[in-house]
Design a protein around this ligand. Structure first.
Ligand SMILES: Cc1cc2nc3c(=O)[nH]c(=O)nc-3n(C[C@H](O)[C@H](O)[C@H](O)COP(=O)(O)OP(=O)(O)OC[C@H]3O[C@@H](n4cnc5c(N)ncnc54)[C@H](O)[C@@H]3O)c2cc1C
Length: 541
């Protein structure tokens, strides 16, 4: 296979830790790294002895790249991934949609990159190995979990027999079939879709561009839908839909998979030799827990909820979970905020699932029309989309974008036009006296006060006051000048472009959370006290 995972030996886990994460999938790993970067001790218990096999969630969104940058692995991902900005959809042999995702010189990251999930997980494991206070314990399968008022206890099967691990906080990141979820008697509710897809990685030195291509009802595989994505190192991901009633066992037979892919590549007119590297079967689900917090046990990633992969919201929303939970849990563990802050995590991320499902549902019905009626309607739309631009919007795959938390208790009300509290603050390239940087690079992984035309010294005082009141790290960023302050970076807002994009008025200060969401807009510094109260009380003033 194109990626040979490193095998890890068993080392006994500690009897107790401040935070115990169950599952070293991408979400558990990202969370553990985020906590460790904030000085929280964390142990990850993983049933397997390596990262996953195969590409699985290959498409990482711009927002996920921001999360990874905050974790200190942004450069490694940039080296190992392939950026892309566009896609094409075909009905039979006719192109019906060509789309470009928003992308400009001011964006700090491309809208999407492709990287195999196995490679992504390995980068995170390598980073954890180089980080103090955080360890993955391989070959540790959690088989039970019990909740207590101020901790939770995990029963763990290891090569040396059963052990018990106590966590002041336990995070279940043990995937779609979460044992922790089952142990607590919790279940996912929602919708499961009928359509199934075979997904495969092939090694194929093709010369096609790096873009998403989808064929509906292609002559190579009539009645099916085929998706093609380029990955680094001449690996291509091919997903194709199975007909209703097809036998998954027959369809995942390697010979059968080879035949179907060969038919499509032949039809594309490319006779370069290729090899089959990995295959799997996928069925779309839109399922969630009611709450992602159960006392001292929190849920993240696929253990908390499932979203259909069409529009690539699975891992991307899991990385959002990890990003939000890392700072909130760290604030609670460090005693800077009360446990109510974790209820905010639960509410916000459940709401994010609703946002994702609302978008993903449209793409999913298009990719796997559940009934003959849907299929006929979809085919009619596809047949007309080439000639009627208005219908192309229905063919658009609605690729994942960052979710908002506008209804969160952790927002300060504001009616001004522009960015709204709870919105993700876009990362933008900015110029400082030291050269080119970006808003997020200047901000780091702390809270931030972003001032528009506010003097550095004045903003510095507000930053220090907020940090002293909450105990959390705070950075200042300003487009103004006047004085120096060690916690404030000044940058040029050339032509006022950033202020115009964000809808910011002169003297206005934006309070930004560590996960990049806009906390609130402060017309003056007195609002900083409200920010502090909300952080400390978890939104309960
Ligand atoms: C075949 C397949 C294809 C996919 N394709 C896409 C795609 O194209 N795009 C997309 O966005 N998403 C895709 N997904 C979904 C995506 O992979 C998941 O959303 C993502 O992996 C979720 O990460 P996670 O860390 O929450 O869970 P997982 O990646 O499932 O990780 C869970 C980890 O927990 C470990 N574990 C499980 N039980 C225990 C236990 N009892 N004790 C200890 N450890 C345990 C597992 O070994 C695993 O390492 C795909 C998923 C699958 C299965």
């Amino acid at each position: 296979m194109y990626f040979t995972p490193r095998r890890y030996a068993f080392t006994p886990p500690p009897e107790a830790d401040s935070v115990v994460v169950v599952g070293a999938g991408p979400v558990g790993l990202a969370l553990a790294l985020g906590l460790a970067r904030r000085g929280v001790r964390v142990t990850v218990l993983e049933a397997g002895d390596s990262v996953c096999a195969g590409s699985r969630a290959i498409c990482l969104s711009r927002h996920s790249l921001e999360v990874l940058e905050r974790l200190g692995v942004g450069e490694r991902f940039a080296e190992l991934s392939l950026p892309w900005t566009s896609g094409r959809s075909y009905y039979r042999d006719t192109e019906v949609l060509s789309f470009d995702m928003p992308s400009g010189a001011g964006d700090a990251h491309p809208p999407m990159v492709n990287i195999s999930q196995s490679v992504a997980e390995q980068v995170l494991v390598d980073a954890i190995e180089a980080t103090d206070g955080c360890e993955v314990r391989w070959r540790c399968r959690v088989v039970d979990c019990t909740r207590h008022d101020d901790h939770a206890v995990l029963e763990v099967e290891t090569p040396e027999g059963p052990v018990r691990v106590r966590g002041d906080w336990v995070v279940a990141a043990d995937g779609a079939r979460s044992t922790v979820r089952e142990a607590l008697g919790l279940r996912l509710d929602g919708t499961s879709y009928e359509g199934r897809y075979v997904i495969a990685d092939i090694h194929w030195p093709a010369a096609l561009p790096t873009e998403r291509r989808v064929w509906f009802d292609p002559p190579s595989n009539p009645g099916s839908t085929i998706v093609l994505h380029r990955q680094p190192d001449d690996i291509w991901r091919v997903d194709y839909q199975l007909q209703p009633g097809a036998d998954p066992e027959v369809e995942t037979d390697e010979q059968r998979v080879r035949e179907r892919i060969a038919r499509h590549l032949d039809w594309l007119g490319d006779d370069r030799p290729w090899t089959l590297e990995w295959t799997s079967l996928y069925r779309a689900h839109a399922l969630s827990l009611d709450s992602y917090r159960h006392g001292r046990v929190l849920f993240a990633g696929d253990a908390a909820r499932l979203v259909p992969i069409f529009g690539v919201r699975g891992l991307n929303s899991g990385l959002e979970d990890a990003d939000v939970l890392a700072w909130m849990l760290a604030a609670v563990v460090d005693g800077e905020a009360g446990p109510a802050l974790l209820d905010v995590y639960a509410t916000e991320r459940r709401d994010a699932w609703c946002q994702n499902v609302a978008e993903a549902e449209k793409s999913t019905l298009f990719m796997t029309p559940g009934t003959r009626g849907y299929e006929l309607t979809r085919d009619a739309v596809l047949a007309l989309a080439g000639r009627r631009p208005a219908l192309r919007e229905l063919v658009n795959p609605r690729q994942s974008s960052a979710t908002h938390s506008r209804t969160s208790p952790l927002t300060l009300p504001c009616d001004a036009p522009g960015l709204r509290p709870g919105d993700p603050v876009p990362d933008r390239v900015v110029r400082t006296s030291a050269g080119t940087s970006s808003l997020n690079s200047l901000r780091g992984r702390d809270f931030a006060l972003l001032g528009f035309g506010v003097a550095t010294a004045e903003l510095g005082e507000a930053v220090s006051a907020l940090a002293a009141r909450t105990g959390v790290g705070v950075r200042g960023l300003t487009t103004g000048a006047g004085g120096d302050h060690p916690a404030v970076s000044a940058f040029d807002d050339v032509g006022g472009a950033l202020a115009a994009e964000f809808g910011a008025g002169p003297g206005e200060v934006f309070a930004i959370r560590p996960d990049g969401l806009l906390f609130g807009r402060l017309p003056d510094f007195s609002g900083a006290a409200d920010v502090a109260d909300l952080i400390v009380t978890g939104g309960h003033r």
